[in-house]
Design a protein. Structure first.
Length: 457
């Protein structure tokens, strides 16, 4: 339980996150079923739409992605600093505390114990628990960096340490005080949290993972370290202002709306820095994309990240927002960075870690199935909801009855369910392949961490 073996906590976080991924996505499939047939599980209070959706959302955010991210930090930081993790035992404590937190969150949310504030639904004792665990993770990682033998701080370390500093602040401001106030002040604090959790945790750790994996998978140096640092400081400067664009055309001052819209448009700077670095590094190595599933996931995630950050500023504008807000377009957009953008990066890292520790992956065919079911499923899911959102929004603008717009979306909701089912099937292939790989006899694999492939050109 409290092993001191190197990478034991990193593997534990990764394997736990995969289990929670299957649970969270199963909850999402129940939600999709309820969109087509609202009476499904109608007589089971614990499976009502309001409760199961909260489990799905928090499961994806805290159980799947955040746990996988912490596993990535525990794995990558020691390799970029040339020292062992400061405390493997402390890392194991955070692993078991985090799993306990998720169990308590699932039970309380299904029992209807919630704040009622979107994305900040956990009750205050669990909020305190989240903050404490994140601070322990941050302490462990920062102490590791402080003891480093590698003098140069590779760009991924900047992204990781920045994320660990920002996350506790964003989480505490967005969750704990918001329970004590109401009205538009609560909404503004809530969206400060909601958007910056994406931008200053999920995006920054995800980009740091991209910059670590990209030279490894291409066996080429990063195109531009300077460009990656421009992206880091652009995110640090601009992203914190993005929350108010969720309240455009709402009861907030016009200056605050503009303060949310303008930085949203300027996010093209950090996004373009990532895209330029990815494609600049892969230049001359495109043949490797067809050979490496990890590289396929990495490139796909980068493309979806670009689309996310083009779509977001567009829908933050006052005109498009007046049509799209409150429609199913918005949850489709919310899935884009999480499943489309950065989940593929996690998949690539898991396969990379397994190949390094075990020397091989059990099934190439299962990897291919994981990729294609995930990508095609998400495209069906996303496009059906974007189309439905546009139809829904214009129907409301024309003053049509609400139920008329719901009826018109039925075919799109069926396609959404098909896409969601394919996404879940892809993750079943993923979990099965990981399980079978771990059980294989290990083959020695050379680990070339922090060699010429991760230094900048």
């Amino acid at each position: 339980m409290f092993s001191r073996a190197e990478d034991s906590a990193a593997r534990g976080f990764m394997f736990s996150s995969i289990v929670w991924l299957l649970i969270a996505m199963s909850c999402g499939l129940v939600i999709a079923a309820k969109q087509m047939a609202p009476d499904v599980f109608a007589h089971v209070p614990w499976l009502t739409y309001g409760r199961i959706r909260q489990v799905h959302v928090n499961g994806v955010l805290f159980a799947w992605m955040s746990m996988a991210y912490v596993g990535a930090l525990y794995y990558i930081i020691p390799r970029l600093t040339r020292v062992k993790l400061y405390s493997e035992k402390l890392a194991q404590v955070t692993l078991w505390l985090w799993n306990l937190l998720i169990v308590l969150a699932v039970v309380t949310l299904l029992a209807g114990m919630t704040t009622g504030v979107e994305y900040a639904e956990l009750i205050w004792p669990l909020d305190i628990m989240v903050a404490v665990i994140v601070l322990l993770v941050g302490f462990n990682c920062i102490k590791t960096v402080a003891a480093r033998k590698e003098k140069q701080l590779y760009v991924s370390i900047w992204y990781f340490i920045g994320s660990l500093i920002w996350l506790p602040l964003v989480y505490i401001v967005g969750n704990i005080p918001s329970e004590w106030i109401g009205g538009i002040q609560q909404a503004n604090m809530n969206w400060f949290y909601g958007h910056n959790a994406i931008g200053l945790w999920f995006t920054t750790v995800g980009v740091g993972m991209i910059y670590y994996l990209l030279p490894k998978l291409t066996n080429a140096p990063l195109y531009s370290h300077r460009l990656s640092m421009i992206g880091f400081w652009a995110i640090a400067t601009l992203y914190v202002w993005n929350g108010p664009h969720h309240l455009v055309n709402g009861p907030i001052p016009l200056w605050l709306m503009k303060a949310g819209i303008i930085p949203s448009l300027m996010l093209i700077i950090p996004v373009w820095s990532v895209v330029a670095n990815v494609f600049g590094t892969i230049k001359g190595h495109w043949h490797k994309v067809s050979q490496s599933i990890g590289l396929k996931f990495l490139v796909t995630g980068t493309i979806f990240y670009l689309i996310t950050c083009l779509q977001g500023p567009f829908q933050s504008l006052m005109g498009p927002s007046s049509v799209l807000k409150f429609t199913v377009w918005v949850p489709a957009h919310a899935h884009m960075p999480l499943f489309g953008g950065f989940s593929p990066v996690i998949f690539a890292l898991v396969y990379y870690m397994l190949e390094k520790s075990n020397g091989r992956i059990y099934s190439r065919g299962a990897q291919e199935a994981h990729y294609y079911f995930s990508v095609i499923g998400f495209l069906l899911f996303g496009f059906s909801m974007w189309i439905a959102g546009v139809l829904q929004g214009f129907s409301w603008v024309e003053g049509n009855p609400f139920m008329e717009s719901i009826t018109a979306m039925k075919s799109m909701m069926i396609i959404r369910s098909v896409g969601g089912t394919m996404m879940l099937i892809g993750q079943i292939f993923f979990a099965w392949n990981v399980w079978k790989t771990v059980r294989l006899p290990k083959v020695k694999a050379a680990d070339r961490d922090l060699d010429s492939t991760v230094t900048s050109a």
